[in-house]
Write a protein that binds this ligand. Structure first.
Ligand SMILES: *Cc1c(COP(=O)(O)O)cnc(C)c1O
Length: 372
């Protein structure tokens, strides 16, 4: 098909014209089709290697007959469960279609094209996307040892700054900030600058390294915490996350979000997930063991990696990583290249899998390194 109007492109917002679409990890079926491989191991999208929690399958099956109805737009049951679990008021919670949805809602609620958003180099790819989509100016602050340079980020604040994104830990680097450092950073921000603290991997952080960020909400009316059921809870496919903030901010976000941004199945699944401590524990233990398994192998192979607090780890090959990525694909292993927008062309990001998946990856990596 030929398109008649090339000028439509120019009608789009300037920021949108410059946008580079988000590149997800390669789907398993796509690689199967391309290479005719039967066994594929996908360690590319920080998904749970445990698969779906059987309790959730049961709970979802029960509500299938309700799918002809709209979901509860207020998300009352899930919010009540979250409120109990996290000791926050229901009025502080906003639900999103994944936490990605919230990052977008927050930006659309507060940022116009005259304003600026600050985030770090190597930070999560959705920050540049939402910034450009609203036509705002991005202040990308060079990273320090792959992590956020909070001092430089603070120095970049000016009277046009409306929002700062902090990912803790950050994806794809896995770098973790000290709680005191984040708190000092937020304290130093003018109240007119919102701080979005993205805690998508919160559940994986070791207890002694975790920030009690929720306790900060009482002190900082400009703080918004985002979390998700996609990673540790294993519900990436259902799309559900939440934000915690002052009731005032939550009220504003609630005006902008789609009235039914959370579907019936996701609401029930998330509520069930919250009640199942065992699955979460198993997810964290599996992750800790897998991280050790992988990094021990990296050490043995004399490979450098960035210490990670998430369910993934990025290897520094000290040479362009794409040939290694391609060699791994040939062997049926999908990992994530982090060149391009992430500016880490010598790294590959590996999501932590099951013990077997990790071993299959390690073996494939060994032969890939000698192949190239
Ligand atoms: C995965 C991820 C998210 C969002 O995931 P959702 O599936 O939309 O909840 C947000 N921030 C970071 C840093 C992530 O890695």
């Amino acid at each position: 098909m030929t398109y008649r109007s090339a000028s439509i492109f120019n009608l789009a917002l300037k920021g949108v014209q410059k946008l580079i679409p988000y590149k997800p990890g390669k789907p398993i079926d796509e690689l199967k089709r391309e290479l005719g491989l039967r066994k594929i191991v996908k360690l590319a999208s920080n998904e749970s290697p445990l698969g779906i929690n059987p309790n959730i399958t049961k709970a979802i099956t029960k509500v299938l007959p309700e799918l002809s109805r709209y979901p509860d737009g207020s998300g009352f049951n899930l919010k009540t469960a979250l409120s109990k679990k996290l000791s926050v008021d229901i009025e502080q919670i906003t639900l999103g279609n994944g936490s990605n949805d919230l990052l977008e809602i927050i930006t659309r609620t507060f940022v116009n094209p005259d304003l600026e958003i600050i985030y770090s180099q190597h930070a999560f790819a959705v920050y540049p996307i939402v910034t450009q989509a609203v036509g705002a100016t991005a202040r990308v602050i060079p990273a320090k040892n792959y992590g956020h340079d909070l001092e430089a980020m603070l120095n970049a604040v000016n009277n046009k700054t409306r929002l700062v994104f902090i990912a803790n830990p950050n994806n794809p680097t896995g770098t973790l900030l000290k709680p005191e450092a984040i708190k000092a950073f937020i304290s130093a921000l003018p109240e007119t600058v919102l701080c979005v603290l993205d805690e998508a991997y919160f559940e994986f952080i070791a207890d002694d390294k975790r920030a009690d960020s929720i306790s900060w909400l009482a002190e900082f009316p400009n703080l918004i915490i985002t979390r998700t059921f996609s990673k540790a809870y294993g519900l990436a496919g259902l799309r559900i996350g939440y934000s915690l903030s002052s009731p005032e901010i939550a009220d504003l976000l609630n005006r902008v979000r789609q009235p039914f941004n959370n579907n019936v199945l996701a609401l029930v699944a998330a509520e069930t997930a919250l009640a199942d401590e065992k699955y979460l524990q198993l997810a964290v233990e599996t992750n800790n063991k897998g991280m050790k398994q992988l990094t021990t192998a990296f050490e043995f192979l004399d490979l450098k990696w960035i210490p990670s607090a998430g369910n993934f780890v990025s290897i520094d090959f000290k040479q362009p990583a794409m040939p290694i990525y391609e060699a791994l694909l040939q062997k049926g292993v999908i990992v994530r290249p982090v060149g391009g927008i992430y500016e880490m062309p010598n790294h590959l990001r590996i999501s932590i899998g099951t013990e077997k998946e990790n071993q299959f990856f390690i073996n494939s990596l060994k032969t890939s390194l000698t192949d190239i």
